[in-house]
Design a protein around this ligand. Structure first.
Ligand code: F6R
Length: 251
């Protein structure tokens, strides 16, 4: 696991975008595993800039997203499919048919999860982008007694509902469940890139980097993957900088 220091959100977004862009340049028909949330928004802005300046071509790129709320339709402005259009897909030359997100409007969880796992089998990600929850969740793989393997429906924890309430008009509007890629789906990616910013992420980043690998800290499983890079800003690295500065590199 490589941990790269970024001085602030902007620097984190630029450094992480460069790593993702390198994959697109090296393999024009690559599969990008994508995430939503506030952390990757600046990174997506950098990718859009790369496209506008003619440095990046997404015409053959395919994408698989980590997760989607259950019960929201694609036109709901809180759905992750809407988020991806707003923050990336509508601004680059990607073919919408090449973008894949679990269908939160499908009430048949078993069928939807099986459909998504078959898709992931057919097109494993060349690089999977991740954010991280304050409780260590990746995708919506919440702290649990065992690592959930395949795509599954998950009841969101209070910590996640509280953290995501900022995106909704009222906390009661936050959906109570989601479909998420499982840990095996995430770990199958050839490369993993996790981005984190802000002081709220400092404790969890330290735990992920130095604590035990256990399902109570889902992101700790990433230490078992051979090619993981974390790009985090100085605030998110605050605890690690005190306890284990040698783990942090400048580039
Ligand atoms: C989003 C996702 C979540 C977020 C995490 C951090 O697709 O899978 O795991 O990455 O909740 O969210 P932010 O970036 O808003 O702090």
């Amino acid at each position: 696991m490589k941990i790269i220091y970024a001085k602030d959100y902007d620097d984190m977004s630029k450094k992480a975008a460069a790593l993702l862009a390198a994959v697109v340049t090296a393999k024009p028909d690559c599969v990008l595993g994508l995430a939503t949330g506030s952390t990757p928004v600046g990174l997506y802005r950098e990718l859009i800039r790369g496209y506008e300046e003619g440095r990046l071509d997404f015409s053959r790129v395919r994408t698989v997203n980590l997760d989607e709320y259950c019960g929201l339709t694609a036109d709901s402005d809180q759905s992750y499919v809407y988020f991806m259009r707003e923050n990336l897909f509508d601004h680059i030359n990607i073919d919408p048919a090449n973008t894949h997100i679990p269908n939160g409007a499908n009430p048949d969880a078993a069928a939807e999860c099986a459909r998504y796992d078959a898709l992931l089998d057919a097109m494993p990600a060349d690089i999977q982008l991740l954010g991280i929850g304050n409780n260590g969740h990746i995708g919506f793989n919440e702290p649990a007694d065992s690592f959930a393997v395949g795509t599954h429906q998950v009841m969101l924890t209070k910590s996640t509902i509280d953290a995501n309430a900022r995106f909704f008009a009222k906390p009661e509007d936050v959906p109570r469940s989601a479909y998420t890629m499982g840990i095996a789906g995430i770990m199958r990616a050839k490369k993993i890139l996790l981005v984190a910013n802000g002081v709220n992420k400092a404790e969890i980043i330290e735990k992920v980097a130095t604590g035990p690998v256990c399902p109570q800290v889902p992101a700790s499983v990433l230490r078992l993957h051979p090619d993981v890079t974390i790009v985090a800003d100085s605030s998110a690295l605050g605890c690690l900088q005190k306890s284990c500065p040698a783990l942090i590199s400048e580039e």
